[in-house]
Design a protein around this ligand. Sequence first.
Ligand code: TRH
Length: 364
Amino acid sequence: MQWDLFCRVIDNFGDIGVCWRLAADLAGRGEAVRLWTDDAGALAWMAPQGAPGVQVCAWPADGAAVAEPGEVVIEAFGCALPPPFVAAMAARAARARPPVWINLEYLSAEDYVERNHGLPSPQASGPGRGLAKWFFYPGFTERSGGLLREPGLAQRQRDFAAQGRRAWLTAQGLAPAAGERCVSLFCYHNAALAALLDDLAQAPTLLLATPGPAARQLRALLGPQARRGALRARELPALTQRDFDLLLWSCDLNLVRGEDSFVRAQWAGQPFLWQAYPQEDGAHAGKLAAFQQRFLAGAAPALAAAVTRAGLAWNGLLPAPAQGLLPAPPLWPAWRAHCAVWRDRLLAQPDLAGRLRAFVAERR
Ligand code: TRH
């Protein structure tokens, strides 16, 4: 089937990162995908190899003729489709089966996800009058739209482990010294970073910082030596999405943010801390709380309390403690085991692209 996926880049890399991943995943399952975006810039480093079956197209210019819509149209994150394209969808509906029009929402663990997932929004006015738009909510439960997970991920992870967990880092010239733990850092500007560094500096640690705010803040805090106590830091180049996964699989702790890296850290099955996209109205606090509650259900109380505290402090929702932002070292084996169990539980659920295709099939 022909899928049209529309993505506007608001800021950061999550909008295009999620849409690229979905486009490539659908194409890998035999769908033809046009990814329409107003800013494909980040794809040059995120996915320089492209993907068979995905055509990246410029957002239609005002007044320009629009393409004939495909069988499925996805409006990512309420990006508002170009009105002439919607008119073309309505015209198609007058001739043949209407395209299945889906609004793909942001990921959340909050309860509204299950309430709203799959609801229709009949269009009573405008160029799409008479069409229905369907709400599709990614999530962590069976009754949500699920999480992006391309087929073959688990096998790729097994192959990676068979090579040795540090083999990829070594090949990048980033081999840790014997006994050094590896930590990846992808964050927004984060007032708790100094406290995190103090914590990490207590034991031999190689901290690998992604470009942007993480690297900039680290430079300001550590100076040119890039060291504090037993901690040394290295800056990474921008990695492809595939290599970014390998970074997460290589590390003992991953600091991630936003939406897509947050999900990838969960597939990595290693301890992670998530910095939610900070929102002026404070909505990120509710998102974090809802996630922590689901994620930590069933964890031993001491682990749940320590991980909850660390998450709150890392998101600026608790003052960063002078010492001990992270769970204490004796808790790390249980933290790791809990992350692996969580990943296996998510792996047992159908993935997002699979649920989306089933959803579309039911509505055609
Ligand atoms: O960049 P983000 O902060 O994106 C955010 C969120 O999606 C947020 O919900 C949204 O509202 C906002 O954008 C507009 O974080 P996220 O979601 O993890 O996206 C980063 C993408 O960049 C992800 O696909 C992984 C990719 N990436 C690489 O491919 N290589 C890299 O080296 C790095 C650091 C990231």
